[in-house]
Design a protein around this ligand. Structure first.
Ligand code: NAP
Length: 246
């Protein structure tokens, strides 16, 4: 279904991003995997994509660095010939109560989660606009919809991603570039492992479907939003949260 398309997936080495890489590869897309520092995990994911019969290559790049993103997008375009799909998934947390939150912890989360998405959109959309085709999915969070105590920085970054998604959707619709967001709830990854282990009962009690999500639950939603079936959907925020934030 996604044959002859190239997908950039940021944060593709682990967790939700890894599942997105594998699902898009299963659909036939070639994968440009962007990661921060975990080369072994990135290479393992790329190898698993190649085993599905597609091209896959890893790019180490800090999404928070505007110039580094510019260079990596140019390299990916040279390596793959074009970019049809962009999934802005790289993200971090630096949790803490507002009263004690360091400026550096606020900035680090905004720089990676919100500005990182802007950097890739900024550098990839000229390619998509010229081709008059593009599918962008930004990974937000239910924290950006509801706010979460102890996550002022993270909630602000993820709410910002929703505004960025809608503005991008409006600006690029005339060029046949769609831009949507996916807002996961609790998903079992490195990011949430410690929290989920400590508060298992309270967390599952807060989820109507009664379980923590799997990375594949999010990957399926992303796969739908970049597929031909979603051609008429743009500016949408799709919750994948077991009903948590309804
Ligand atoms: P994770 O397991 O901690 O993985 C984070 C990924 O982002 C890794 O691939 C990491 O690369 C990459 N990354 C982090 N900082 C980066 C940077 N500055 N530049 C480039 N890559 C960077 O996280 P996850 O749980 O899969 O989360 C993925 C996304 O979903 C995030 O945006 C997160 O906010 C969002 N989300 C997660 C949940 C959840 O419950 N897990 C819920 C809602 C939303 P390395 O491997 O190289 O470190």
């Amino acid at each position: 279904m996604l044959k002859d398309q190239t997908a950039i997936v940021t944060g593709g080495s682990r967790g939700i991003g890894r599942a997105i890489c594998l699902e898009l590869a299963r659909q036939g897309a070639d994968i440009a995997l962007v990661y921060a520092g975990n080369t072994a995990a990135a290479e393992e994911t790329a190898e698993a994509c190649r085993a599905l019969g597609v091209k896959a290559q890893c790019y180490q790049c800090d999404v928070a660095d505007f110039e580094a993103v510019k260079a990596v997008v140019a390299q990916i375009k040279a390596d793959f010939g074009g970019v049809q799909i962009l999934v802005n998934n790289a993200g971090v947390t630096r949790d803490g109560l507002l009263a004690a939150m360091k400026q550096s912890d606020f900035d680090a989360v905004i720089d990676t989660n919100l500005k990182g998405a802007f950097h890739f959109i900024r550098h990839v959309t000229p390619i998509m606009m010229r081709a008059r085709f593009g599918r962008i999915v930004n990974i937000s969070s239910v924290s950006g919809l509801m706010g979460n105590a102890g996550q002022a920085n993270y909630s602000a970054s993820k709410a910002g991603v929703i505004g960025l998604t809608k503005a991008t959707a409006r600006e690029l619709a005339a060029r046949n570039v769609t831009c949507n967001a996916v807002a996961p709830g609790f998903i079992a990854t490195d990011m949430t492992r410690a929290l989920v282990e400590k508060n298992q009962d309270a967390i599952t009690a807060s989820i109507p479907l009664g379980r923590v999500g799997a990375p594949e639950d999010v990957a399926q939603a992303v796969s739908f939003l970049v597929s031909p079936a979603a051609a008429y959907i743009t500016g949408e925020v799709l919750r994948v949260d077991g009903g948590m934030a309804m």
